[in-house]
Design a protein around this ligand. Structure first.
Ligand code: MN
Length: 249
């Protein structure tokens, strides 16, 4: 029996997770463990300093008052500990997770956690346009998951998938682009006369061939393979001067 864990960062009641879970039903036993409310931009945050509450909503649907990473932990190490999931799937997120977004994204971080636990993981995000639907992405997700399950994939398989709004023109394997936010911090005064701040960045796209943003902008589904070894291997050589200079002093 194939077991698929589904989570997200938009919350257990979001449309994206419902359609994704429904689309995967035919491929195995789907268990949904997701935050009880929106947790977007929660990153890879883990709740350690307060208790977590879990609620069973349906036979295999659970909500947790924590982050996506908390959900993966409760699912893999507790709920499913005797029958670990074969795959962790996250999404479908309301909005793209391209380039630098992956470092903030709760959607993608849930798959980081899955991979750290030795379970192949796939994150799905949907571009939100004037008119868009989660359904084509959910259908594609089922096809992709089927192919992944049918093949011998490494335990550290980690795919970040983004769907363009509108008709899909095809699939591109991509690298992470640079979709940076010009971090605008807005300062205002609250009713008590004290300053408050609001981070409200506007995305700045730098064009880069073969990137995830390039693919989505062209109407293609973007699949970016990621890995969690953040070591800068070039740096091991190019920063040798650092050790040399520290040895001198
Ligand atoms: Mn989200």
């Amino acid at each position: 029996m194939t077991r698929i864990l589904v989570t997200n960062d938009d919350g257990v009641f979001s449309e994206g997770i419902k359609l994704l879970a429904a689309a995967l039903e035919r491929l195995g036993e789907v268990t949904v463990v997701a935050p009880d409310r929106e947790q977007s931009a929660s990153g890879h945050s883990l709740t350690l300093h307060r208790p977590l509450r879990m609620r069973q909503l349906e036979e295999r649907v659970f909500s947790v008052d924590g982050t996506p990473t908390d959900c993966v932990n409760l699912a893999v190490l507790f709920l499913m500990k005797d029958d670990r999931p074969d795959l962790v799937v996250s999404g479908i997120n309301f909005g793209l997770n391209l380039g630098d977004d992956v470092t903030y994204s709760g959607t993608v971080s849930a798959t980081f956690e899955g991979t750290l636990m030795g379970i192949p993981s796939v994150a799905f995000s949907q571009q939100v346009g004037k008119s868009f639907s989660f359904q084509p992405g959910a259908d594609f997700a089922a096809r992709l998951v089927e192919v992944v399950l049918d093949n011998e994939v490494p335990n550290d398989l980690l795919l970040n998938v983004n769907f363009p709004a509108g008709e899909f023109r095809g699939v591109h394997l991509t690298k992470l682009g640079r979709r940076r936010y010009e971090q605008a911090v807005v300062e205002k005064i609250d009713p008590h006369g004290r300053e408050y701040y609001w981070i409200a960045g506007t995305p700045v796209w730098s064009k880069s061939e073969g990137s995830d943003q390039d693919a989505v902008a062209g109407g293609y589904i973007s699949i970016t393979p990621l890995h969690l070894d953040l070591t800068d291997y070039r740096g091991l050589e190019s920063y040798a001067w650092l050790r040399a200079q520290l040895a001198e002093s």
